[in-house]
Design a protein around this ligand. Structure first.
Ligand code: F6R
Length: 247
């Protein structure tokens, strides 16, 4: 794992985009794995700005999103499709046909199977990941098998409480979601894990310094050959030897 601890969120995003943009410019038909959530908003902002400034071409780029709430229509204000459309898809020249999203509305088993097949046919070049305060990646909650693939999952109480900040109240937060599995995530050629703020510091230290265990899904990233971790000082404050990582 290559770990960078940066001063603040802004620098984390700048540095993450620097790495991502090298890939975006090198391979025009890059396959990108995307995450949603608060952390990623700055990154999508940078992608949009740079697309406008330098004309980075998204027309041949293919995207796979990690997860989607079960049962939310695409146009629901809290659906991840709506989020992606708002922050990225509607603002760059991506081809709608190249946007692949978990379908959570009908024939869930069959659509997860199709998602897994599509992921086998289109190996992800760069997977962007956030991390939950409980160590989840995608919506793979603690105790998820490292062999898991795309499927319907029940969300942890912690995750529903964390994400209730986007809804009117906890009751409104969906109880289930469809998520890529850990095995799908590990198939990516490169992974960029991004985290900011002290709420993530425990999860980050367990994921990086702790044992590789299904109790901390992100800990499996220690076994992936090409992971870059970009975090700010707050998120990295519990890391052992964190001084060695400061840029
Ligand atoms: C969402 C996803 C989640 C988030 C994580 C952090 O697509 O993959 O694992 O990355 O829950 O979310 P924020 O950034 O809102 O703290």
């Amino acid at each position: 794992m290559k770990i960078k601890i940066l001063k603040n969120y802004k620098e984390v995003i700048n540095e993450s985009y620097k790495v991502l943009s090298e890939h975006l410019t090198k391979k025009q038909d890059l396959v990108l794995g995307l995450a949603t959530g608060e952390t990623m908003i700055g990154l999508y902002g940078k992608m949009v700005d740079d697309h406008k400034k330098s004309g980075i071409d998204y027309s041949r780029i293919k995207t796979f999103n990690l997860d989607e709430y079960y049962g939310l229509q695409r146009n629901h204000a809290q659906s991840y499709y709506h989020y992606m459309n708002k922050h990225l898809f509607s603002k760059v020249n991506i081809n709608e046909k190249n946007i692949v999203f978990p379908n959570t509305l009908s024939n869930v088993d069959a659509s997860c199977e199709r998602y897994n097949l599509a992921l086998e046919e289109n190996k992800i070049d760069v997977q962007i990941l956030g991390i939950g305060s409980n160590g989840h990646i995608g919506f793979n909650e603690p105790k998820t098998s490292f062999k898991s693939k795309t499927r319907l999952v029940e969300l942890d109480k912690t995750t529903r409480v964390d994400n209730s900040r986007f809804f009117n109240d906890l009751e409104e937060v969906p109880t289930h979601a469809i998520t890529m599995g850990i095995e799908n995530i590990l198939n990516a050629k490169k992974i960029i894990l991004i985290a900011s703020g002290s709420d993530k510091s425990k999860a980050i230290s367990k994921a990086i310094d702790g044992p590789v265990t299904e109790l901390v899904p992100a800990s499996i990233l220690q076994r992936h050959p090409n992971v870059e971790v970009m975090i700010d000082i707050e998120a990295g404050k519990n890391l052992k030897g964190s001084m060695n990582y400061v840029k």
